[in-house]
Ligand binder design. Sequence first.
Ligand code: NAI
Ligand code: MG
Length: 358
Amino acid sequence: TGPQTYSIACIPADGIGPEVISAGVKVLQTLSDASGAFGLDFKDYDWDSERYKRTGKYIPDGGLESLKKHDAILFGAVGAPDVPDHISLWGLRLAICQPLQQYANVRPTKILRGTESPLRKTTTGDLDWVIIRENSEGEYAGQGGRSHRGCPWETATEVSIFTRHAVERLIRFAFETAQKRTKKHITVVTKSNAQRNGMVMWDEIAAEVAQDFPNVQMDKMLVDAMTCRMVLQPQSLDTIVATNLHADILSDLAAALAGSIGIAPTSNLDPTRQHPSMFEPIHGSAFDITGKGVANPIGTFWTAAEMLRWLGEEDAADRLLECVENVCGRGILTRDLGGEAGTKEVTEAVCAEVRQSF
Ligand code: NAI
Ligand code: MG
């Protein structure tokens, strides 16, 4: 038998999604061709806001079943100026993550060589975090309702759901992640002073799970104080675990502190491996720069590396990240990182670097 071939579903979707995903596919294909160690078989899905406007659905009937046949999913970004954001988010991204039980959202952050943090005294190596976000329930569980529309007494509820099952599996995954890293340090973020039910249960479950990981050092933060610590003492953090909403916000802050939202990757993992996991850059569809050829593809390259790592191709993942950092180190940067290169130049430079690395 020849090298293993992975089947990858591509969902570029909206805005700069197709621009960065085609760049990502190019780099992945180059890596696979140059290494000869594994094959990649890409299948495109045109699930985007145009389809929604045409048919009323992002995902056609039976779509999820075909997605499940792939080894992994590479996702761009969803969101269009003329579709409300809650429709696009729930219609596509959450409609994949939730049924496929991709319950762990993993967001690594670091300052890439050749790039700068907006934090004056922080340089490469000072900020090296992985944020683990609960991805199946919590504040985004979809519970709640709205009544008496338009009346002065109109009422809306947005109910957070925290189950022992989901909180425990996520916190356990976060401790396992922390254990594999050099610092073996985890910060559990909640808001258990004000939110006295769900968040207190989080704290209790974290303390229970911690018992099983005696070599992982744990500390706790309230989410508001956590924003200060991320800015003022970035070196003091390593693995961070938080709820769906809290980690959503903290990870955007993390991406900005590391230099740009354009470089940050996300993995939506089903740690049980029953279903394929989904990999995407953290950023959205960025209407303001769509079609201009200036979108930073590095978030997608890093995402592609995380996808290879999850598929078991550790060496290829490390090599890809190394090549990306080499290109950044040579100053080939897009505008969001203070450079002048376009998407295409950065992509070609990374492809050349990959070929040369063998
Ligand atoms: P955004 O991430 O699309 O853009 C925020 C800012 O960052 C913009 O100024 C944009 O130009 C810049 N930016 C983003 N990615 C970049 C890249 N790769 N290179 C250079 N600059 C980049 O967030 P925004 O504006 O809040 O949302 C736009 C749309 O995207 C909305 O419809 C939103 O719902 C959707 N969205 C979708 C996400 C997803 O599919 N996972 C995540 C976040 C937002
Ligand atoms: Mg977000």
